[in-house]
Design a protein around this ligand. Structure first.
Ligand SMILES: Cc1cc2nc3c(=O)[nH]c(=O)nc-3n(C[C@H](O)[C@H](O)[C@H](O)COP(=O)(O)OP(=O)(O)OC[C@H]3O[C@@H](n4cnc5c(N)ncnc54)[C@H](O)[C@@H]3O)c2cc1C
Length: 413
């Protein structure tokens, strides 16, 4: 039987969209090689206000109101609530919505796709062909079907983290440290020649902590052995060390992938659709918030009985990447390109100025909730507020990447 939508992948993006499609009353099938309830391997952090409903806000198993960041020798208080998602609870919640829609899952990898006038057909690992009026590829940052323009230089976020116990508390009781860029435990040469990194750390209660040494974005990616060694040295400089490891996290994903072709007959979602925010690397909030919007657009397009897969996918792409969001994305990419050119000291001064912006501005920038003029105003405000070397860096980036800057600022091209 032909379904309305076939979703490939059951990570946070695939599952969020599958649940929303079922809620919209569509006939949905899914492909998840490990099964749709296979545990997600990553630890997902999110600002509480990014969760679009009280039901989803209840999916946090840790919440912090004491949130700080350290940059340029300053402790900056972040007046915003941060949380860690309870992956198992969120999966159960989304899968229950899928079940209510009688969604059927296939425990196979998707291998090949064929496009026809009225449907698409996906061949899975055992050779079975599944047909649907449209296919959504949510298979992650290296998508199985979605096509992108040729990649330029890809910057990666990389991190090495430990959930466990420590000989000394690595962070104050009840506190979340979003970014600790202090680097006095490094040599001058390391500070100047190696990728800048920061500590992301949180108190999980009961003597447990999650600490992660993170390279926000670097091309090529900061190596894991460097991140692990730095984490150990940073802890040692605070007089502590790891005592027991519950979970090790190896984090690596691209930050600046090009937007996929928006006229292709398969729709992407999540990492496959380049939805990672280039300023932060966050994506789960956007995947949860946009799922009902994209599901609604697909449902509308599917109302036309003779709609082609390409026209249905186009409705999804337009809902996911409307013109204003594309323009904002270009500005974020320009911002990221600028950060990539900063040395460690400039980066610290940049973030000190960034987190001194009004909370609505820095929060909106990170969650992609500002309008385009508001982003431009925030960038200009930052330019005036930042110290001279950061200002020179920002202006220098505009001169070094004139086409990126002009396209971002004017929306042309
Ligand atoms: C370690 C780590 C930590 C992160 N932390 C955060 C965070 O705190 N907050 C945040 O917002 N973002 C975070 N991110 C970034 C981003 O949100 C994640 O990468 C997120 O998992 C992307 O979701 P996704 O569903 O698009 O892709 P994925 O989570 O990669 O899921 C894709 C799914 O598709 C399946 N798949 C792959 N190929 C096929 C195929 N051929 N057929 C069928 N299925 C297939 C995979 O098995 C997988 O289940 C983190 C990323 C990493 C790597």
């Amino acid at each position: 039987m032909k379904s309305d939508v076939l979703v490939v992948g059951a990570g946070p993006a695939g599952l969020a969209l599958a649940a929303a499609l079922c809620e919209a009353g569509l006939r949905v099938e899914g492909i998840a090689p490990g099964g749709p309830d296979a545990p997600w391997p990553n630890t997902y952090g999110i600002w509480e206000d990014e969760l679009p409903s009280a039901g989803l806000a209840a999916m946090l198993h840790h919440r912090w109101t004491d949130c700080v960041t350290y940059a340029a020798d300053e402790e900056l208080r972040l007046d915003r609530v941060y949380g860690l998602l309870d992956n198992a609870q969120l999966q159960t919640h989304l899968l229950a919505q899928c079940e209510r829609g009688a969604m059927r899952w296939h425990q196979q990898p998707a291998r090949a796709i064929a496009h026809h006038a009225t449907h698409a057909s996906v061949t899975v690992g055992d050779g079975t062909a599944l047909t649907a009026r449209v296919v959504v590829d949510a298979s992650g940052h290296k998508p199985v079907f979605v096509q992108r323009p040729p990649l330029g230089e890809v910057a990666f976020q990389a991190a090495y983290g430990v959930v466990g116990t420590f000989t000394q508390p690595p962070v104050r009781t009840g506190r979340l440290v979003l970014m600790d860029y202090r680097s006095d435990y490094l040599t001058e040469r390391e500070r100047q020649q190696e990728p800048p990194t920061f500590l992301y750390a949180m108190d999980l209660g009961g003597g447990r902590y999650f600490v992660e040494e993170t390279s926000l974005a670097h091309a090529p990616a900061a190596p894991f052995d460097l991140l692990k060694a730095r984490l150990q040295r940073r802890l040692a400089s605070m007089g502590g060390a790891v005592a027991g490891v519950e979970h090790e996290e190896f984090c690596l994903f691209p930050m600046n992938l090009p937007i996929p072709y928006l006229d292709q007959p398969v729709l992407g979602y999540g990492g496959a659709a380049s939805m990672v925010h280039p300023a932060s690397g966050y994506q789960v909030g956007a995947a949860l918030r946009n799922a009902p919007v994209v599901a609604h657009a697909l449902a509308q397009a599917l109302n036309k009985p003779d709609a082609s897969p390409a026209s249905i996918a186009k409705a999804g792409w337009d809902a996911l990447w409307p013109a204003e969001r594309l323009r904002k994305h270009r500005l974020y990419l320009f911002g990221l390109q600028t950060l990539l050119s900063f040395d460690e000291a400039q980066l610290q001064r940049f973030f000190a100025a960034f987190f001194r912006l009004p909370r609505r501005r820095w929060g909106g920038y990170l969650s992609n909730t500002l309008t385009l003029p508001e982003i431009l105003q925030s960038m200009t405000g930052l330019l005036f507020a930042a110290p001279m070397d950061v200002r020179r860096g920002l202006l220098g980036a505009a001169l070094r990447h004139p086409s990126l800057f002009v396209r971002a600022a004017t929306g042309l091209g």
